[in-house]
Write a protein of this length. Structure first.
Length: 484
């Protein structure tokens, strides 16, 4: 795929720099296992350097007017857009998603940051009536300071932008810690923003392990806020580690998302959306449809349509076949989990409708390709119906009345996104109000929009991302009371 081994260093105060102890790690292609890059692994000493740079940059950035910040951010995203093909290529190399999808992700990330740039000039305070003629009361919001932004590998640039957008707009400085699976595209994106005019020290990138580097960032007294996307167990560890220094924390965590297909649903649309959300990015999405509950009377027809949609999807080399629907899965562990969930379901009586493992001819030698998989006759005790598979595997069970469907959908430790398919307006309202998740999509799969708050319930999250509400995750509130 690539004969050239890329070299990436840390990015601190606008400078490329090796790590304090000179250690590096390797990134390998999920397509064929070939080495792609050698990356500097940051240490706790590097965290000190990055925090010092960020604190200095924060003083200058937060002192700008909101209009100055908005204009600087927009110039930076305009520059990053011109580099979308190159950043998308890095994402294809390290993560495995087809390059066209990587490019779109970068452009979408710029749109998100621009959405928040506009918010910079709308951070309004309030003036309150007071209990005394000579009192005046004013509430203002101020940037929280240095933010540690900890991201996963499935959407390495998009999920970064959800945090960078509000952080930069409100006047905060940022230290980004991407995963060791996908350090290249987020670092290239941040470098592009700095090349486009964001001050160097304001946006630092420290690649490295979660357990050591991530933990050092979370505990650092100079970091005021943690914004993390990742798995629920990691999120809980971060919340506990942040407690002694009482940092503000927002967490977007795992999901095990149900879809209910009612008897009156447009089955063609439900199958299309379920396949898109179940298999896009090889199911490596927090909002992936994991388990489907379909009404008994339409189950046969729906399953046939879902199988057909799954079999339409093309698998291909993410660089050589840019328009492929699916590339390889990003990690070997992910492939193992998908295989284990399929085997578990089959051993408990599920029926394999399509997929089930690697394609007979793999697009990459030894690559991590996995066919979109549909398991019928699924039951709640199967792992695919309870755990986050994070792979292209969907279980389908049957229900007979809506109360049962809602009970099954809510029977989960997660509460991120629920999907509902019905043509009946009353059912759409009543059922979506009863579903225990931060987002409900009725008849579609366009889950994340800049204007809509994304907040996981139960084990799926803590705080809010996206929408105007996320801005307040990066602000402190101050009440100033005067006696005249
Ligand atoms: P992960 O939890 O393994 O890692 C996430 C990030 O946390 C990585 O950068 C990792 O290095 C870091 N980390 C790990 N241990 C840490 C520690 N002790 N202290 C500080 N940082 C630490 O998740 P992943 O495997 O990279 O991503 C997949 C997970 O992310 C899935 O569970 C998925 O559902 C979730 N996710 C959630 C959303 C959402 O918006 N809710 C979006 C995408 C992915």
């Amino acid at each position: 795929m690539s004969s050239l081994l890329l070299q990436h260093d840390l990015f601190i105060d606008g400078q490329e720099t090796p790590s304090a102890d000179g250690r590096r790690f390797e990134v390998r292609s999920p397509h064929d296992g070939a080495p792609v890059a050698s990356v500097a692994a940051a240490t706790a000493a590097d965290v000190d350097r990055a925090v010092a740079a960020a604190q200095a940059a924060f003083l200058a950035w937060s002192a700008l007017t909101a209009y100055e910040r908005e204009s600087r951010i927009r110039k930076a995203t305009a520059h990053a857009r011109t580099l979308a093909p190159e950043i998308g290529r890095l994402m294809a190399l390290e993560q495995g998603k087809p390059i066209n999808q990587g490019c779109s992700e970068v452009l979408g990330a710029c749109d998100t940051i621009d959405y928040y740039a506009a918010e910079a000039v709308r951070i309004e305070g309030t003036i309150n009536p007071t209990e005394h003629r000579d009192y005046r009361s004013m509430v203002i919001h101020q940037p929280i300071g240095v933010c540690a932004v900890i991201t996963p590998w499935n959407y390495p640039v998009s999920l970064l932008s959800w945090k960078l957008g509000p952080a930069l707009a409100t006047g905060c400085a940022v230290i980004v810690k991407p995963t060791t699976v996908t350090p290249l595209s987020p670092a290239a994106f941040c470098r592009a923003l700095v090349a486009g005019g964001i001050p160097g020290g304001l946006l630092n990138v420290l690649p490295g392990s979660g357990a050591t580097l991530g933990d050092a960032l979370v505990r650092h007294p100079g970091v005021a806020k943690i914004a993390m996307t990742g798995s629920s167990p990691t999120g809980k560890r971060i919340l506990a580690a942040a407690a002694p220094t009482l940092k503000k924390v927002s967490l977007e965590l795992g999901g095990q998302c149900p879809a209910i297909v009612c008897v009156d649903a447009d089955l063609g649309n439900a199958a299309k959306v379920a396949a898109y959300k179940g298999f896009r990015n090889c199911g490596q999405s927090c909002s992936a449809v994991n388990r489907i509950f379909v009404h008994r009377d339409v189950a046969k027809s729906f399953l046939e349509k879902l199988r057909a949609e799954a079999e339409k999807l093309t698998l291909g080399d993410p660089l050589a076949n840019p328009a492929a629907d699916l590339g390889p899965m990003a990690t070997a562990d992910g492939v193992e989990t998908a295989r284990a969930h399929v085997a578990d379901a089959l051993s408990k009586g599920a029926r394999l409708l399509t997929g089930g493992g690697a394609p007979s001819v793999s697009p990459g030698p030894g690559g991590r390709y996995f066919l979109p998989t549909v398991l019928a006759d699924a039951t709640p005790d199967m792992r695919v119906m309870r755990e986050e598979t994070f792979g292209p595997v969907v279980g389908v069970a049957i229900f007979t009345d809506l109360d049962e469907a809602v009970r099954l959908a809510n029977d989960s430790d997660y509460g991120l996104v629920s999907y509902l398919f019905t043509r009946d307006l009353a059912t759409a309202h009543r059922v979506s109000e009863r579903l225990e998740s931060g987002t409900v999509c009725v008849n579609h799969g366009a889950v994340n929009t800049n204007y809509g708050p994304y907040a996981g319930w139960k084990d799926s999250g803590y705080g809010v991302e996206l929408s105007r509400r996320a801005v307040f995750e990066y602000l402190k509130t101050k009440h100033i009371k005067f006696q005249l």
